[in-house]
Design a protein around this ligand. Structure first.
Ligand code: NAD
Length: 310
């Protein structure tokens, strides 16, 4: 049995956590031989249920930040940012004081990218690389669209990229993706043979998928979001091998994106350390989409920072 991990799940009473906790407890994330101590109720192991961040984040090894203020009818974007800045500021300050310095954090609660920036800002003693946000759900959706189009299993499609914000400006990009069909691996654009679909319907479907789920269920995605959060954390702990995965990470200026934005990039992970996949060719179409989602994130971050200083 490996050393016990302390895993924090915020928003543990919500619908995403309902599926997430089960997967963590079952060993889908950290391994079947990994004991976990969770800050929320489930059926096994050490459990701490608390609403005190100083207790919840104490000695945390991993944190799923699912709890956030949801957008309500009539609420302006700035009101949402204001409410979330308060939540993530308090949680960041607690983490700074009591979590392990190598704690690995995924922010799921929206606006996920900017919430992750705020969390990191208020936990300066923890490396910025330890704060990430989830765009894996978008990646999984993009992969599923391509797999369905080509009539193959989702796992036959690899290296689909989500660039930017987890919002409707995100850029799902298959220019560097490949698919294995009947044992032969080929570039996705070559297999799909429909540039117009890839530039229009495909991108729009992935960007609007969250809204479509809300329309159908009257609730946002829960099980698929929980699965994606588990995929993200499992790859962070266990590595990605040859594949790339997308996650929101702090920008170091790669691909001309403003430094300090929590921007979704393709990454490789080895020894629990992610690195942005470098050297990809970016054409004019991609450049425009990548810049548009960066502009939205810049605006969000500036508004959130102004709120922090207010
Ligand atoms: P939910 O409303 O069912 O659950 C959220 C829970 O968080 C609630 O139980 C609420 O009481 C709790 N909460 C609120 N403020 C809190 C705080 N300060 N500390 C701790 N807990 C707090 O929502 P859900 O469907 O589970 O979704 C959670 C979040 O995930 C939402 O912000 C949603 O928009 C977001 N989301 C993100 C993605 C993604 O891909 N990044 C996908 C789906 C949903």
């Amino acid at each position: 049995m490996a050393e016990t991990l302390k895993v924090v799940v915020t928003g543990a009473a919500g619908q995403i956590a309902y599926s997430l906790l089960f997967s963590v407890a079952k060993g889908d994330v950290f391994g079947k031989d990994q004991n976990c101590c969770k800050s929320c109720p489930l059926f096994l192991l050490d459990i701490v249920a608390t609403d005190d961040p100083m207790v919840a984040f104490k000695d945390a090894d991993a944190a799923f930040m699912v709890g956030a203020m949801p957008r309500r009818e009539g609420m302006e974007r700035k009101d949402l940012l204001k409410a979330n800045v308060k939540i993530f500021k308090a949680q960041g300050q607690a983490m700074d004081q009591v979590s392990k310095k190598n704690v690995k954090v995924i922010v799921v609660g929206n606006p996920a990218n900017t919430n992750a920036c705020i969390l990191s800002k208020y936990a300066p003693s923890i490396p910025k690389a330890n704060f990430t946000c989830m765009t894996r759900l978008d990646q999984n959706r993009a992969q599923a669209q391509i797999a369905a189009k080509l009539g193959v299993g989702n796992d036959q499609v690899s290296n689909v990229i989500i660039w930017g914000n987890h919002s409707s400006t995100q850029f799902p990009d298959v220019a560097h993706a490949s698919v294995t069909i009947q044992g032969k691996t080929v570039p996705v654009p070559e297999a799909v043979k429909d540039d117009s679909y890839l530039k229009n319907e495909f991108i729009k479907t992935v960007q609007q998928r969250g809204a479509a789920v809300i329309k159908a269920r009257k609730l946002s995605s829960a099980m698929s979001a929980a699965k994606a959060a588990c995929d993200h954390m499992r790859d962070w702990f266990c590595g990605t091998g040859d594949k790339w995965v997308s996650m929101g990470v702090i920008s170091d200026g790669s691909y001309g994106i403003r430094e300090g934005l929590m921007y979704s990039y393709p990454v490789r992970i080895q020894d629990k350390t992610w690195s942005i996949v470098q050297g990809l060719t970016i054409n004019e179409f991609a450049r425009e989409k990548m810049d548009a989602t960066a502009a939205e994130l810049s605006e969000e971050l500036d508004a959130a920072m102004a709120e922090c200083e207010a």
